[in-house]
Design a protein around this ligand. Structure first.
Ligand code: ADP
Ligand code: NA
Length: 330
């Protein structure tokens, strides 16, 4: 049987992925290479909705791609590309924006959050239509499945509505994608404030572990992670979110079960756990940093990989766009 096709994207909005990006998303991307016909893109079009610096964006797109390769994406087993290299995204985005209701787009919670924070004068129309472009990203590839976290559910629902609406009005054109719920997705929490998720927009730089950061700095952050006043190492998300978060990270990076870790740390203190986790992290990031560096030091090779990816992506995207254009009357 044909493997289900999956589409997922990541924004090039930071100089390094953080541990949450890897354990919550990219790690699953790597696994899905073996179970899915996988399309992954660095969504640079989405990275300009809130204001940006051109040179930083260019660098971050390359660093993102290099990290994805270093983390285990294999261009032989997936299609990895940069969104702006495939002009069909913006082209289909326009068509879809013309079948989206203004009120419908206005109901997107993420837009409301972000625009409230930014204020009306610095809120772009692009931020408003962003979920429509995201629908185009998905529908262009006739994706069967899209991995979604809680924050993206509403956007996928819009994508499904738009696909159905287009198919009904203009004839069957798009596959209606289903959410792909990944079982072992770890939600990684902020090391300084385990009430919130680890995020690049975190309030304290000490709350976030960046894969490309100096490992000595990351070790320090782990050692100063907020735990609680107790002493026992227990997995208890509600009462011991800090320690539980460290255990989650430890288990995810080593492939060991939480129960096994609890047994190994029975009778030992938080200090031991943190010291060992810092070691584990060092061993994990070392080869990733080396491989990322290799890709970045050979820009010609990275360009080639991304050009091949864009070509593979375009072959599919152009076919879908042609049929969408034909059906809509162009
Ligand atoms: P950030 O929240 O830092 O801005 P993004 O929104 O760019 O990160 O997220 C990119 C991907 O990483 C998404 O698939 C998202 O679900 C995942 N992700 C981000 N933060 C975490 C986290 N703390 N734990 C698990 N997954 C996360
Ligand atoms: Na986010």
């Amino acid at each position: 049987a044909r493997r289900p096709r999956v589409l997922s994207g990541i924004q090039p909005t930071a100089d390094s992925f953080h541990l949450g990006n890897y354990l919550g998303a990219v790690r699953n991307w790597v696994a899905m290479q073996d179970t899915h016909d996988a399309f992954y893109c660095v969504v640079d079009l989405h990275a300009i909705t809130m204001g940006h610096d051109p040179e930083a964006l260019r660098n971050r797109s390359r660093i993102s791609a290099a990290q994805l390769l270093a983390l285990g994406l294999d261009p032989e087993r997936c299609t990895l590309f940069v969104q702006s290299h495939v002009p069909e995204h913006a082209q289909l985005g326009w068509v879809l924006s013309c079948i989206t209701g203004f009120g419908e787009a206005g109901r997107m919670v993420q837009f409301k959050d972000k625009s409230t924070k930014a204020g009306q004068d610095s809120t772009s129309v692009g931020l408003f239509t962003y979920p429509i472009l995201q629908a185009a990203d998905i529908l262009l590839y006739q994706a069967d499945q899209v991995p979604v976290g809680e924050d993206q559910r509403q956007h996928l629902e819009l994508t499904r509505d738009l696909a159905q609406r287009f198919n009904t009005r203009f004839g069957k054109t798009f596959t209606v994608p289903s959410p792909y719920i990944v079982k072992d997705t770890a939600k990684i929490l902020d090391l300084q404030d385990p009430a919130i998720k680890m995020s690049k927009s975190a309030s304290s730089p000490n709350g976030i572990i960046e894969l490309l950061d100096d490992p000595a700095r990351s070790a320090k952050k782990i050692k100063s992670a907020v735990t609680d006043t107790g002493r026992e190492i227990l997995y208890d998300e509600e009462n011991k979110p800090g320690v539980s978060n460290l255990l989650t990270i430890y288990a995810a990076l080593t492939g060991r079960a939480i129960d096994e870790l609890l047994e190994a740390y029975d009778g030992r203190g938080y200090g031991d756990l943190k010291k060992d986790l810092a070691e584990v992290l060092l061993e994990f990031v070392k080869p990733i940093q080396e491989r990322t560096r290799l890709y970045l030091d050979d820009p010609g090779q990275l360009d080639k990989v991304l050009a091949v990816g864009a070509e593979k992506a375009r072959a599919v995207a152009a076919t879908t766009l042609a049929s969408a254009y034909r059906n809509v009357g162009f």
